[in-house]
Design a protein around this ligand. Structure first.
Ligand code: AKG
Ligand code: FE2
Length: 202
């Protein structure tokens, strides 16, 4: 049993989402946030799009900027992150038989005031996305800063739902089934940083 990974999986099985508060330690959070800012200053980020090819940029739906993390050009901090995700994927495969074979991750930077309206992560033609994973890179995030991740959890018979909000605290990882759970990023009063990705079948 892995004490870091097991609670995430148990959460997904019991409630449809799982969480770990120390997936990254504060030093790792800082290193990745610094790396994000460096790459952002170098002009590597692009406005995030919507749809399969990410062609349409629509600020009324989402206002974040993203940069895909490329294994080939990854720095030490990024490689360490991808390695931990790889270990998590292996653990999920051993315990849940989801048949995960690939993963893809991008940095996301939400400038103050931006948001991502309610959506589902699985596009019609990409059912290979099985699990969505978000890891936050914020230091000293306060509830009053906003920027919560809102999850819409359907009740047993699918007739009603409840909204659950998660604070984007640095080091915290959230994971849920991409094709099932609708969710939303609420606007924040300050810049909001994360790494978001998908664990996919081959
Ligand atoms: O940053 C978050 O909390 C969620 C991001 C998200 O929903 C997405 O990128 O699809
Ligand atoms: Fe999403």
């Amino acid at each position: 049993m892995n004490p870091l990974f097991e609670p995430i999986i148990e959460g997904i099985l019991a409630d449809g989402y799982g969480m770990a508060d120390n997936f990254l330690n504060p030093v790792e959070v800082k290193a990745l946030a610094n790396q994000l800012h460096k790459r952002h200053m170098e002009g590597q980020f692009r406005a995030a799009g919507i749809g399969n090819q990410q062609v349409l940029v629509e600020n009324a739906i989402r206002g974040d900027e993203i940069l895909w993390i490329d294994e080939a050009s990854a720095t030490l901090a990024e490689s360490a992150f991808l390695k931990r995700i790889g270990e998590f994927v292996q653990y999920v495969n051993q315990t849940c038989y989801l048949g995960l074979r690939e993963f893809e991750f991008h940095y996301a930077r939400y400038p103050a005031g931006t948001f991502y309206k309610r959506h589902l992560d699985q596009f019609r033609s990409d059912s290979r996305r099985k699990l969505s994973v978000i890891c936050y890179l914020n230091t000293d995030w306060q509830e009053a800063d906003g920027g919560q991740l809102a999850l819409y959890i359907p009740d047993q018979n699918g007739e009603a739902e409840r909204q659950l909000t998660i604070t984007p605290t640095g080091g915290r990882l959230v994971c849920f089934e991409s094709g099932r759970l609708e969710h939303e990023v609420l606007p924040a009063t300050r810049e909001r940083l994360s790494i978001t990705g998908w664990l996919k079948t081959g």
